[in-house]
Design a protein around this ligand. Sequence first.
Ligand code: ATP
Length: 247
Amino acid sequence: APEEILLSVNNIEVVYDDVILVLRGVSLDVPKGKIVTLLGPNGAGKSTTLKAISGLLGTEDGEVTRGTITFMGEEIANRAPEEIVRRGIFQVMEGRRIIEDMTVIENLRLGAFTRKDGGAAIRDDIEKVFHYFPRLKERTGLAGYLSGGEQQMLAIGRAMMARPKMILLDEPSMGLSPLLVKEVFAIIETLCADTGITMLLVEQNARMALKIAQFGYIMESGKIVLDGPKDDLVNNEDVKEFYLGGD
Ligand code: ATP
C-alpha cells in the first residue's frame, strides 16, 4: 500500500520582518507513523521550518510568503498556533521551555489544554508519560530543579499530553551529555513505534537522528540540498564527511 503522507510542505518561502528571506523554496513530506529528520548546520533554517508548520512564525514577525503546507489534506500555512495544535500538531521548542516554577504534573496538565475530555483520561495519560519517562515520576518538586535531560523528557511528555497526531521536535539533544542523548533518543524511538505518533525531528546530531529516523532531509542556507531514506544518507560520502564526522 502507498504511504499516507500526513504532512506535506511544498516550496515554501519564509520572510522575517517583511524582508529577510530565510527559507527559499523548501519542500518535504512526512509519512504517517514515521520519524523524519531535518538536519543541517546552525542557521540553515531548520527551526524556521518547524515554526512555519506550527504557526509560531507569526509570533516572531515571520510569514510564509509562498508555497503550501498541507496537513491531512488541508492547508495550514499562516494559521494561528492554537488552531494547528487543535488539528493535531504539537511543537516541542528548542531549549525545552518548561514552566520552572510549576511541578512536573502541572507542566504535563498544560500540554492537555486543548483537550475536552475529562480528568480521568488526563490522569491516565500522565501515567502513560511516566511509563515512558519513569524518572519524571520520582521528581515531585518544581520543574526548575530537574536536570537538563529530565526537562527535555518533560517537554516531550507535555507534548504527548495533547494526544497529537504529530510532534515537531527541535533539537532534543541540545545541552545533554552523550549518555543522556542516547537515553532520550531510545525513548523517542520506542514511543513512536508504540503509539504511531508521527515525528519531524530537527537535529544537529545527525548520527543520533539517523539512528531512529526512517527518512532524512538535509538543509543548508534555507534550501533542502539532499534527502533520502536513512540508509542512503548514512552511506552517502558527503553526509559521512560533513555530518557524521568522516567515518
Ligand atoms: P539553529 O540550529 O541555530 O537554530 P536553524 O537551522 O534552526 O539553526 P533558524 O533558527 O531557522 O536556523 O534560522 C535561520 C535564519 O533565520 C538565521 O539566519 C537566523 O538568523 C534567522 N532568524 C531566525 N529567527 C529570526 C527572527 N525571529 N527574526 C529574524 N531573523 C531570524
